[in-house]
Design a protein around this ligand. Structure first.
Ligand SMILES: *Cc1c(COP(=O)(O)O)cnc(C)c1O
Length: 357
């Protein structure tokens, strides 16, 4: 339970709740938003003015700096409701830590923990009836910070606004995905901002992804910027492979977003005494493993999808099919364990769940 923190939050409730329009049986990802949103403002070198207001359009000047120079960062996290109706967040302190890593790289002020956590708690308390209970669904939470100066000179904004919006969501992918190894475009370079959840990283990814989708793939696998040999991430997910009996994933660094799902999966694998390697993995290694039958599983990890099984990997006009996904595969077992932890059905030994209601 979060300790009662002392920040004051002004609350303006909507007089027109939209909850009646929500169909809990048919939730998609990120399409409908709960009744309220949280905001806080940074000015005169400090955060303040915490408030909850009805979800809706945000008035802004056309010269708002974030629109021009990309001082815009975000997080993605989820809240879960268990059978008793209790609501918990999954590892929110990790999201708080990461948004401040993003903020530092983008020359933005860190958001204090009490504003981040108390904003989440108060907002979700008010919109509690928007948190889905069905298996596989959850409340997706999008905290974000933007520079708000009305100024189009290139410099860090002096003012910022922090928002939290929430969206009841179902499964992200409902079937295994086909991915194309991208050897032309890049997502991130050493010294760049690949490790930052900055909006510009996603805008740049859309065009290469669209080209891959035209060829029938769902997503791309990004490769290293120098040689396009080493596999980095897939879309907005970290990548994992099971080759022989070893779980392999790319090590963290400048070009890799430090996924909280990635960390959770690695932690469970180590708990289960599985061999884990955080090291570079090349496309040649994956293709060889596919050819000799030692590539058993490939999947992406991320908050939105949790685990996305990969059914096929395309590289240089050849498609490599992954073996059939068995019920007791590592990816399935770890996805189930994470769901059990989130629903409070198994002991939360790592204290990942953060009860807020
Ligand atoms: C958000 C994100 C991930 C996954 O991070 P989680 O904390 O697991 O949600 C992976 N890669 C990129 C590029 C991302 O933006």
């Amino acid at each position: 339970m979060i300790k009662e923190k002392t920040i004051e939050v002004k609350v303006q409730k909507t007089s027109n709740s939209r909850i009646k329009e929500l169909d809990f049986e048919n939730l998609y990802f990120g399409k409908v938003f709960s009744d309220h949103m949280f905001t806080a403002d940074y000015k005169n070198n400090q955060w303040g003015d915490a408030q909850i207001i009805p979800y809706g359009p945000i008035p802004m000047s056309p010269s708002t700096s974030a629109l021009h120079y990309g001082q815009a960062i975000f997080e993605g996290m989820k809240a879960y409701k268990n059978l008793k109706g209790e609501v918990s967040l999954f590892r929110p302190l990790a999201n708080h830590k990461r948004i401040n890593i993003s903020a530092e790289r983008m020359c933005m002020p860190p958001i204090p923990e009490e504003i981040f956590l108390e904003g989440l708690r108060k907002l979700i308390e008010l919109d509690n009836n928007w948190v889905p209970m069905n298996e596989g669904s959850s409340l997706y939470i999008r905290p974000f910070i933007i520079g708000t100066d009305e100024f189009i000179g290139v410099k860090p904004s002096d003012t910022y606004r922090f928002y939290i919006i929430t969206s009841p969501s179902g499964l992200y992918y409902n079937r295994p995905v086909k991915v194309l190894v991208e050897t032309n475009f890049i997502r991130a370079v050493e010294g760049g901002v690949g490790f930052v959840k900055a909006s510009g990283n996603y805008g740049r990814s859309l065009y290469p992804t669209k080209l891959a989708q035209k060829k029938g793939y769902d997503q791309i696998i990004w490769t290293d910027a120098q040689n396009h040999r080493y596999l980095e991430e897939s879309g907005t997910m970290n990548l994992m492979f099971v080759i022989d009996d070893v779980l392999i994933t790319t090590p963290l660094g400048d070009t890799i977003l430090a996924g909280i799902t990635r960390d959770s999966v690695l932690t469970l694998a180590r708990d289960w005494k599985m061999k884990v390697q955080e090291r570079k993995i090349s496309i040649d290694e994956v293709i060889n493993a596919s050819k000799n039958g030692s590539l058993h599983e490939a999947f992406g990890t991320g908050t939105a999808a949790t685990i996305a099984h990969i059914a096929q990997i395309g590289f240089e006009n050849i498609n490599y099919d992954l073996p059939e996904i068995l019920p007791h595969s590592f990816a399935n077992r770890v996805a189930k364990e994470l769901e059990n932890i989130r629903r409070g059905r198994v002991k939360d030994i790592h204290k990942w769940m953060y009860k807020i209601l």
